[in-house]
Design a protein around this ligand. Structure first.
Ligand SMILES: C[S@@+](CC[C@H](N)C(=O)[O-])C[C@H]1O[C@@H](n2cnc3c(N)ncnc32)[C@H](O)[C@@H]1O
Length: 236
């Protein structure tokens, strides 16, 4: 893959709603939760900030966006600044959250856990969530056992350390202490319908990133039976 990766591609193309289902699915999931304007909400691994902006505009809640990638941070900053949204942006890692215990009422993390040390990040989410607070994620999940070659191909392409089944996720969440755990399958749709992805291109980027885009498309087709996402909802 040379020096570029899937996450570089997302950052330099400035893909907003960079998770299966995009912002439409996010809106749908959030509408089923009880969110009020006196809540403090964390969008962990917020990317270019599309979801964080939606939460502020829709619910008037206090929103914090956390990101590790400087290009994503810059693009989220531009979005919040140009739309005059008072959303706090924090540079940091979900594996070591720069927040006190029991800080947030609600934590959302869309397609981030899959790229990090999952037990570590989940422990951190649990720690900074208030008792009774909600945690929601949208994560890549394997539907069947994989042969070693396929497993390697997926792990290498997305630079991830492990692929979890629905049962694996459930076990890990339970082990972390979460309760009321629910996982709902979200079938990847090849057609995005009217859910057009949003782009905010960097002024310069490696031409190789177009290959990554292509390869990502091929992976979705090749593994459409094996990989799909789960909407994870649970409480502390
Ligand atoms: C697939 S993108 C999703 C971005 C955003 N949540 C969205 O749905 O548009 C994954 C994001 O996780 C971020 N990320 C990866 N590792 C991280 C870490 N250790 N801490 C915080 N963010 C991380 C990446 O920089 C990227 O923005």
């Amino acid at each position: 893959m040379g020096g570029t990766s899937y996450l570089d591609f997302l950052a330099k193309f400035g893909v907003g709603g960079a998770h299966p289902g995009g912002i439409l699915l996010t809106k749908d999931i959030l509408s089923q939760e009880e969110i009020s304007n006196n809540m403090l909400i964390l969008d962990a691994g917020c990317g270019t900030g599309q979801t964080a902006a939606h939460i502020y505009k829709e619910y008037g809640a206090k929103v914090v966006g956390l990101e590790i990638n400087p290009i994503m941070l810059e693009k989220a900053k531009d979005r919040f600044h140009s739309q005059k949204l008072p959303i706090e942006l924090v540079e940091g890692s979900v594996e070591l959250l720069p927040f006190e215990d029991n800080t947030f009422d609600f934590i959302l993390s869309e397609s981030v856990l899959v790229f990090v040390d999952k037990p570590k990040a989940l422990k951190e989410f649990f720690r900074v969530l208030k008792k009774g607070g909600r945690f929601i994620a949208n994560e890549m999940t394997i539907n069947t056992e994989l042969n070693i070659q396929d497993e390697l191909e997926i792990k290498e392409f997305y630079a991830i350390d492990s692929l979890l089944s629905e049962e694996d996720w459930k076990e890990l969440l339970e082990k972390t202490g979460f309760r009321m755990i629910q996982l709902k399958e979200e079938k990847q749709s090849l057609s995005t319908g009217n859910n057009t992805p949003e782009f905010n291109f960097s002024t310069t980027f490696e031409p190789d990133l177009f290959n990554i885009l292509n390869q990502h498309g091929n992976m979705i087709i090749k593994y459409h039976e094996i990989l799909s996402n789960r909407i994870i909802t649970c409480s502390k």
